[in-house]
Design a protein around this ligand. Structure first.
Ligand code: ATP
Ligand code: MG
Length: 405
């Protein structure tokens, strides 16, 4: 009985293109279902390769892959993309009024990744349906999706002057600027989009919802995952593990220079992953000799996920403070990072572009700062109760305008 009332565990797999997001999501899903959890695997990626990974046809709707395991490809929630089109037409009209070329206006107002986000809205319905213990989402590559997840906040800020405030409309700002007022259809579309996005964000911020970063042991891929982690933390989403996929087996017996070269490079890459994701469990997944297609191959791959498998007690999670949090302080931001086993009073910070380089009593950490923090000045740093806290303050200067939310 309690089961149906509890919201399911939600795990969203994301990462750079081609790293193995779909494979990881599918492996975790098969594993959870075989362990007894009622599992839904949902792909919001327009490319729809989840069916291929599982070896089932999902083109005609959801399919039961095996006992307790259902998979589906979802596309943009009905009407939500159309709703954005209504808003976009209005914005194009505005830009046209001030003489912007229509083709450029179209480009400026398009929302890359909107379909992906509109598809993700289906997650709310699946989560609330009460039929699942765990819902695992296979997402499109990160960057675009992420920006849009921030929309409810930034939209709310911008829309406050358009949206109904109690019973009155507030078109004053537009009138003052001499801009054409949005019609009822535009307001309805904005309201709908905004409500759905806020609701989606509530689901993604629930205590049982976490994000898995999938990466490979390569510098460029890790750099992107690191940036994703800080951005997600800034938006209040929790990452609870990193999956390093495509790790070559130690191949000394092969005796080839090629494999030993890769082993060395990957060991380096894995070290960098550990430095970049302090406080998070990092698991490695082997580069298999063939594509892991079908439930059995995926279940075997999931065994490499050890402590971050979605089985047994691991499926239910205790609420703890996320490994990384970024919050506004009024004068700037405070970034707090879990740094287990470090009792250092000695913290040294350096910068390399957007990267914050941290030396904690000889241990190195790298945190890539999100755009909102990168131009700010560090005003303090220290380790307290297993966490490193770095504070940033806004400074008055040419860059200070970029910081406002
Ligand atoms: N550990 C692995 N060993 C061998 N092959 C793998 C492994 N992980 C993934 N693959 C294969 O690599 C290809 C890409 O993997 P996958 O589709 O999971 O990546 P993705 O991140 O979802 O890609 P996309 O960004 O296109 O959605 C697939 O053919 C998959 O079977
Ligand atoms: Mg994929």
């Amino acid at each position: 009985m309690g089961r149906a009332e509890r919201l399911p565990r939600v795990v969203v797999c994301t990462g750079k293109g081609g790293v193995g997001k779909t494979t990881t999501a599918a492996a975790l899903g098969v594993d959870a279902a075989r362990d007894g959890a009622r599992t839904l695997l949902m792909s919001t990626d327009g490319a729809h390769s989840l069916g291929d990974a599982l070896g089932v046809d999902l083109r005609n709707g959801p399919a039961e892959v095996e006992t307790r395991l259902t998979a589906e490809h979802v596309s943009a929630a009905h009407g939500l993309s159309d709703a954005w089109r209504v808003v976009q037409d209005y914005l194009i009209g505005l830009l046209d009024d001030v003489g912007v070329d229509p083709a450029i206006a179209e480009e400026l107002t398009s929302l890359p990744g909107a379909d992906e986000i509109a598809a993700l809205v289906t997650l709310r319905e699946r989560v609330r349906a009460g039929s699942w213990d765990v819902v695992i989402v296979d997402c499109a590559p990160t960057a675009e999706t992420l920006r849009l997840l921030a929309l409810p906040d930034s939209l709310a800020w911008h829309l406050r002057r358009w949206l109904p405030d109690g019973s009155t409309w507030r078109p004053a700002a537009a009138a003052a600027l001499g801009l054409p007022l949005p019609g009822p259809a535009v307001l309805a579309a904005i309201t709908r989009w905004h409500a759905q996005m806020s609701d989606l964000k509530t689901v993604l911020r629930a205590p049982g919802s976490t994000i898995r970063l999938v990466t490979t042991p390569e510098k460029v891929v890790t750099a992107e995952a690191r940036r994703t982690w800080t951005s997600l933390s800034l938006f209040g989403f929790e990452v609870d593990a990193v999956h390093v996929n495509r790790v070559f087996p130690a191949g000394s017996e092969v005796g080839s220079e090629w494999i030993s070269g890769w082993n060395t490079a990957q060991a380096d890459g894995i070290r960098e992953v550990h430095e970049s994701f302090s406080g998070l469990p990092v698991v490695t997944m082997p580069y298999l000799p063939a594509e892991p297609i079908g439930p059995d191959a995926l279940a075997a791959l999931a065994e490499s996920c050890g402590e971050v498998r979605l089985t047994g007690e691991r499926l239910l999670r205790e609420q703890t403070t996320p490994a990384l949090t970024v919050r506004e302080t009024g004068t700037g931001y405070a970034l707090s990072l879990r740094v287990p086993f470090v009792a250092a009073s000695d913290v040294r910070l350096g910068r390399r572009g957007d990267d914050l380089l941290i030396d904690l009593a000889g241990q190195h950490r790298v945190v890539t700062l999100p755009a909102a923090l990168a131009p700010l000045q560090v005003s303090g740093a220290g380790v307290k109760q297993g966490r490193l806290v770095v504070t940033f303050i806004r400074t008055v200067g040419p860059d200070s305008g970029r910081v406002s939310a």
